[in-house]
Write a protein that binds this ligand. Structure first.
Ligand code: GDG
Length: 499
């Protein structure tokens, strides 16, 4: 066979959604990040499927990928996905923002589901043909690399974790810690968003697997194999975003929004409604700000877009209740007669074009995750602001992976709602470095170079290297008493957006 090596992505879900108008590519960050690489390699995607009688198609218009579904029964999904993945691994990997639940039947289901994925993914290898690269994604499939190898795979196997990898002391709480690490070590290369996650993984291997040795960024196994680890921060498709923000529809919507919001300062939150995203903490910080700065009431609005997520889990229903109570409380307390509400809350998934209009509109983006593997919203906001020479300010949790790259952001500690004077401050808005970091391509188009270095790739994509943004510097100092989560926004709040 000639041509580029085929890449087969294996992820919990297929990258498609059923809409009233038919099947469409899904809008998730993973699909967006991977699309350019996959489409250049006659790529394929293996993903779980459950719950609908209609078989997902092998091809969907607008996505040049072969799709292969792994049918999962609703019972298996309840235990493998909603149970072990989302109620055991997810909270544990996000530093116990909630207590993980340990349930042996969920673990058995997790193992069973990983075996089903192995069966389907293994089908891409054909005798006498160059084997594809098998690229396994995320915490749902940690056992899969080893299962593929044990099944006799000749493929190069990559594994990428989209969440943080926790400190070994936390990871050690899992009764199945050794199996999970050994599962991942079935890969040839293991990738993480940040050096810290990668180092946590290597330390976990060192402490929890007596049979392996760790040398630098490589784990050596008793069977003679070596597994390399790499830091490879995911990014967004900046070219595509920039193309979209130039579309007349986005421009029109942005103008309309500007008219609606007038001279008010707009802060923006865009998140899946997940307890890791720190939405409640953000709301409490705003409440404190409005409590202390009566002059800001009626002059500042937080637009919070909360995308529905994992609603079948009680904790997610609970966080929704808490968020909506907080929104109601803040609006009840601070709405002045005849004036706009301080929080405009939307619990729904927005079309991308509208989301982009909000990125262009917002004076401040608030990314206040308690823990976050990377956070693509932060990068999307930077790309949109930089591309239009905007002067928006990104307030970014220091516990989001993105804080390692977006060094010009105003960093915040979302656990410190009350705030103090110790927050970091940045005076220059979207300078070259941040814009470059936000839109650095994630995956090089040829996979052999994928994860080719132990450390983060240093060269920024020059696409957005523009001059310093025009307009006033909105990223500067905070005033005493400004909640730290909003530092940098505080002193600029009364200033209308200027372009
Ligand atoms: C995991 C890790 C890591 C959100 N609301 C809408 C919408 N979105 C889009 C955003 C962004 C994506 O969803 C969310 O990205 P995050 O990075 O915040 O992602 P998670 O879902 O938590 O994903 C995370 C990521 O994997 C990738 O490795 O960064 O740390 O937790 O692209 O724009 N898009 C549309 N409407 C919405 O309402 N169209």
């Amino acid at each position: 066979m000639t041509g580029p090596t085929q890449i087969v992505v294996i992820a919990n879900r297929l990258p498609i959604a059923r809409t009233p108008g038919g099947w469409r590519p899904a809008s998730g960050g993973l699909v967006t990040a991977l699309r350019p690489v996959l489409e250049a390699s006659r790529g394929a995607w293996v993903g779980g499927w459950s719950g609908s009688k209609e078989e997902p198609p092998a091809h969907v218009s607008g996505l040049s990928l072969d799709l292969r579904a792994v049918p999962l029964s609703p019972r298996l999904v309840a235990a493998y996905y909603q149970g072990f993945s989302n109620q055991t691994l997810w909270p544990l990997f996000h530093d116990l923002v909630h207590q993980p639940i340990i349930d042996r039947s969920w673990w058995e289901a997790y193992r069973g589901a990983n075996e089903l994925f192995a069966g389907t993914a293994g089908g891409f290898e054909r005798p006498r043909e160059q084997p594809p690269v098998l690229w396994v994604h995320d915490y749902h499939l940690m056992l899969l690399p080893r299962l593929l190898r044990r099944g006799g795979s000749r493929s190069r196997i990559l594994y990428f974790l989209h969440t943080p990898f926790p400190a070994p002391e936390l990871f050690a709480r899992l009764p199945w810690r050794a199996e999970l690490l050994q599962g991942v070590l079935g890969a040839d290369l293991v990738g993480f968003h940040t050096d810290m996650y990668r180092e946590n993984f290597l330390r976990a291997c060192r402490y929890l697997l007596p049979e392996v040795s760790v040398e630098g960024d490589t784990v050596r196994l008793p069977d003679g194999r070596s597994v390399r680890s790499s830091t490879h921060p995911i990014s967004v498709d900046a070219r595509e975003l920039i193309k979209k923000i130039g579309e007349p529809r986005v421009q029109r919507q942005t103008r309309r929004l500007r008219e609606q919001f007038g001279s008010r300062t707009v802060m923006l939150g865009v998140d899946r409604l997940d307890y890791t995203k720190g939405i409640l903490q953000r709301l409490r910080a705003l409440e404190l700000l409005l409590e202390r700065r009566a002059d800001l009431r009626g002059r500042v609005t937080l637009v919070q877009i909360a995308e529905p997520s994992r609603y079948e889990e009680p904790r997610y229903r609970q966080i929704r209740v808490e968020v909506e109570q907080a929104v109601g409380r803040i609006n009840g307390r601070f709405t002045e007669p005849g004036r706009a509400v301080p929080v405009r809350y939307m619990y729904r998934s927005m079309p991308l074009s509208r989301l982009l209009s909000y990125y262009l509109l917002a004076d401040v983006a608030l990314v206040t995750s308690l823990k976050d593997g990377m956070n693509l919203v932060a990068k999307e906001y930077v790309v949109c602001q930089a591309a239009t020479q905007g002067s928006g300010v990104l307030v970014l949790s220091e516990f989001a992976g993105a804080s390692q790259e977006l060094t010009q952001a105003v960093l915040c500690n979302p656990f410190d709602e009350e705030g103090s004077r110790t927050g970091s401050r940045r005076r220059s808005p979207w300078a070259k470095q941040s814009a470059g970091a936000a839109c650095r391509p994630w995956a090089p188009t040829s996979t052999p170079t994928m994860f080719s270095r132990g450390r983060r790739r240093p060269s920024p994509m020059p696409l957005l290297l523009k001059s310093e943004p025009k307009g006033p510097d909105r990223s500067g100092c905070s005033s005493p008493g400004t909640p730290r989560g909003l530092r940098g926004a505080g002193d600029r709040l009364p200033t209308p957006l200027s372009e």
